[in-house]
Design a protein around this ligand. Structure first.
Ligand code: URA
Ligand code: SF4
Length: 182
């Protein structure tokens, strides 16, 4: 059943609604060059109400600017799960499947020709990958009428250091070739 996106900011379909401060819906233009999809809001996002406004987000959009040539303002940015899991734990399978239809609604209205999923959880939820991100990053996949790719989550790069950043940069250089210029 289709959901009405007007109801997303007050959604209580899963238990994350009990511990969140706010639903982090997403931000950016309709018809963007790129749709960027993370896992779930962290503390900064839960407080600020926008995705990727903390440390991960700063690294992410630095890399996207340098390698893809797009600014944050040119991207629609969201997460597969819209409310912060307590202590930033990984969302459960139930939380993922309960929240996922919201993202499907967003795909319909945002209409991005290119989608980037960040990390294992988002890559599996968005593209249906069974293998882990170590094997799926950098692959180009067809998604609806557009195309998509997964790369590592910037939080993994913050933990893993320069070698992870280099892999992300290489993936993003492949992504750059897929940007549809109007
Ligand atoms: N990590 C995510 O996956 N999403 C955010 O919005 C912030 C951190
Ligand atoms: Fe609703 Fe998703 Fe938030 Fe759960 S995580 S309450 S399904 S918006």
């Amino acid at each position: 059943m289709a959901r009405d996106l007007a109801e997303l900011p007050t959604c209580t379909r899963c238990a994350l609604s009990l511990t969140r401060q706010r639903v982090v819906v997403g931000s950016g233009p309709m018809g963007p060059a790129l749709m960027v999809i993370g896992e779930a809001p962290g503390r900064d996002e839960d407080e600020g109400g926008e995705p990727f406004i903390g440390r991960s987000g700063r690294l992410l959009f630095q890399l996207i600017a340098e390698e893809v040539g797009l600014s944050r303002q040119e991207c629609f940015v969201t997460n597969v799960v819209k409310c912060r899991p307590p202590a930033n734990r990984t969302p459960t399978r139930d939380e993922l499947s309960t929240c996922r239809p919201w993202l499907s609604e967003q795909f319909q209205v945002v209409r991005a020709p290119l989608v980037l999923a960040l990390g294992n959880t988002a890559a599996r939820s968005v593209f249906g990958f069974e293998k882990g991100i170590g094997q799926t990053h950098g692959q180009i996949v067809q998604l609806g009428g557009g195309r998509g790719m997964a790369t590592y989550h910037p939080a993994a790069a913050l933990r893993g250091g320069p070698s992870v950043v280099e892999v992300m940069r290489a993936d993003l250089r492949i992504l750059k070739n897929l940007v549809v210029t109007p």
